[in-house]
Write a protein that binds this ligand. Structure first.
Ligand code: MIC
Ligand code: SF4
Length: 631
């Protein structure tokens, strides 16, 4: 029986366990990455471990999210992270270098490695045939210190590509996959691409697709490593990192989806979910106020060259603010050297530094009730910084032509060519390659606060229901992020005042009037980012358990690491029976048959913990740090 690519890599990196879908295994970790908004917590947790010596071939700490230094907080975070890098021998990527995923693809990823990153879009490197998985900061700290990662073995969903794109782009492919599978369709799966259409896609196009596979809820997404991979690595001066990799011809998959690239049209994700897909044509003429181009999904050299060629010699529409944030400093330099930056500026674009920028609400919030067209990957309500704005997700081509017209415009007749360069400019001057110095002083400015630690569980949990959420509650709902709140990521007590504030403004006040509490949620609770703050804030505020219909993968792992019980309704109809304010008692005497007494309504519900035996121990012993250190 032929093997798929995912299981070939898993087999190669397996340290412990059986490769059976749903069971937990331990994998060897080759590389880790962190970024600054999740990095401070990851490194505080790394520091809390004993006798740490980095176990990975390389680990990189990127500063790319919190780059607007409006006060001392972000700069404090950067300096703290830099000092940790010096001590533990981690590569430090200074602010201005670029977006972690773009840079990691350019300089470090290799086919066949296991890369884990404290950012949900780490699967970008899957475009290069790496098994690249997003996770919470604590998992990355464990990866650095111990060299392993606990993975729930995924099933594999094969997307078989045939045909060739014409008039559409890589972004339209992944928007089409999202249309077919939805934001929870990938949960429990790796999305593995194959078929004759693969060779028609460049490496950066593949990376756009694997990047946004995160929005499917997938464990990761992966492409084979082939001549395109080799070409890209050669152009980066890294041909030695190349290994050819592919599934066997008769590989077996759990599910197969066929997509004919020739039939793909330009697509648009409408407010407020990346799977709310329509064709661009069906909405043509929609008036727009802002266009934002960039993010780890669409800020490659090829993407921005296409944008520059559309803008060249034209003028951005008077009613539109066009803002462009390139993926890396090298891309900025290449655009500057060949005159394309001038074309963009001449047309009236606003150029930002190479960073996440508006994608995470770090500036460029649209006007009240505004319509913003973005090449990013998430359009959750309020994420742009303006709660009344409508954000639509599109390809760079659709974004650029629409910026000129002032209304949503189909890119189909642009006849654009690919702009793959002969060589990529390589500039490593923003990287500091620390060797490791155990005597280095860790610099902890006033913005760096300790993280909360869980408690071992008793036989009963008593708590009132502080919040009842619907399906698909995002981590942006749980921990809102924008230029004002991101600087608080290293200060859990302060940030906790904003937990769930966009959904229930008095959540924090209510949490102050009870010691222990429980949250209720629908399907796919915690979808979106890897931010473990979505577990650390509730931990700080006394949330002991969540009862939901289902969870997003990374958030569930973060809850377990923080020792908050991610309980699942045995009968999803019980969801309707519980209301905010109800007093619940969770009976943990028999973990095989957990019961929830609703004291207010005199009802009993059956719930379950869908966890490995290790995860149960982590939950009961008070969280992953305590568990790992006691091992
Ligand atoms: C995001 O795109 O939501 C982020 C910001 O990159 C997050 C990480 C974070 O919340 O710091 C992610 O995707 O994991
Ligand atoms: Fe940065 Fe946006 Fe990518 Fe998150 S999704 S890593 S905020 S560019």
């Amino acid at each position: 029986m032929g093997k798929n690519l995912t299981y070939k890599i898993l087999e190669n990196k397996l340290l412990q366990g059986q490769l059976e879908a749903g069971s937990e295994v331990v994998l060897k970790v080759d590389q880790t990455l962190t970024q600054d908004t999740t990095g401070t917590m990851a490194y505080l947790q790394l520091e809390a471990m004993k006798d740490v010596k980095r176990q990975t071939e390389l680990s990189v700490a990127y500063i790319d999210h919190n780059t607007l230094q409006l006060g001392f907080e972000n700069a404090d975070d950067h300096e703290y992270i830099r000092s940790v890098c010096e001590k533990y021998g981690i590569i430090y990527s200074k602010a201005g270098n670029g977006i972690c995923h773009q840079l990691h693809l350019e300089r470090f990823s290799r086919p066949g490695i296991v890369l884990i990153g404290s950012d949900s879009h780490t699967p970008t490197s899957g475009g290069m045939g790496a098994l690249a998985i997003g996770s919470g900061g604590l998992d990355i700290a464990i990866g650095i210190a111990k060299g392993y990662y606990y993975l729930t073995v995924p099933k594999v969903l094969n997307v078989k590509l045939t045909g060739k794109l014409s008039g559409a782009s890589a972004k339209d492919i992944i928007l089409t996959v999202l249309e077919k599978l939805s934001v929870k369709g990938g949960v429990g799966y790796v999305i593995e691409y194959s078929g004759p259409g693969v060779k028609t896609l460049s490496l950066t196009e593949r990376a756009t697709i694997t990047n946004m596979g995160t929005e499917l809820g997938a464990t990761t997404s992966i492409f084979p490593s082939d001549d395109e991979t080799l070409k890209y690595l050669q152009k980066q001066g890294r041909e030695d990192d190349y290994t050819p990799l592919a599934a066997d011809d008769d590989a077996v998959y759990d599910y197969v989806l066929e997509i004919n690239l020739s039939e793909i049209e330009a697509k648009i994700a409408c407010p407020h979910s990346p799977d709310n897909i329509k064709t661009v044509k069906s909405l043509e003429g929609l008036k727009i106020n802002q266009v934002a181009i960039g993010s780890c999904t669409n800020s490659s050299y090829d993407d921005l060259m296409k944008v520059a060629s559309i803008l060249k010699g034209k003028k951005v529409h008077p009613n539109v603010s066009l803002v462009i944030s390139p993926g890396s400093n090298s891309i900025v330099q290449m655009l500057a050297n060949n005159g394309s930056l001038t074309d963009m500026i001449q047309a009236g674009a606003r150029i930002l530094e190479a960073s996440c920028g508006p994608c995470i609400g770090m500036g460029q919030a649209p006007k009240s009730g505004g319509v913003s067209l973005r090449t990013f990957n998430r359009n959750f309500k309020g994420r742009c910084g303006t709660s009344t704005a409508d954000v639509y997700l599109v390809s760079p081509e659709t974004a650029a032509i629409s910026a000129l017209k002032g209304v949503l415009t189909s890119p189909e007749n642009l006849g654009l060519e690919s702009h793959e360069p002969d060589f990529y400019l390589v500039n490593d001057n923003y990287f500091i390659h620390y060797e490791g110095n155990p005597g280095a002083e860790i610099v902890r400015g006033p913005n760096i606060h300790p993280f909360p630690i869980g408690q071992a569980k008793d036989k009963y949990i008593h708590g009132s229901v502080l919040f009842k959420g619907s399906d698909n509650i995002t981590t942006d709902d749980i921990v809102p992020s924008n230029a004002k709140l991101l600087p608080l990521r290293s200060n859990i007590p302060e940030l906790s005042k904003h937990m769930l504030s966009t959904l229930t403004p008095d959540f924090y006040i209510k949490s102050q009037s009870c010691d222990d509490s429980i949250l209720i949620a629908g399907e796919n609770y915690g979808q979106g980012s890897s931010r473990e703050h979505a577990a650390l804030l509730p931990l700080h505020l006394g949330v002991k358990a969540i009862v939901a219909k289902s969870y997003a993968r990374i958030h569930k792992k973060n809850l377990i690491n923080s020792s908050i019980l991610p309980l699942v309704f045995e009968d999803t109809k019980d969801y309707k029976k519980i209301n905010e304010g109800d007093e619940l008692r969770v009976n943990l005497k028999n973990l095989e048959a957990i019961l929830v007494d609703n004291i207010t309504r005199d009802e009993v519900y059956k719930v379950k913990l869908e966890c490995s035996s290790r995860e149960l121990n982590v939950l009961m012993s008070g969280g992953a740090i305590k568990y790992e250190e006691a091992k």
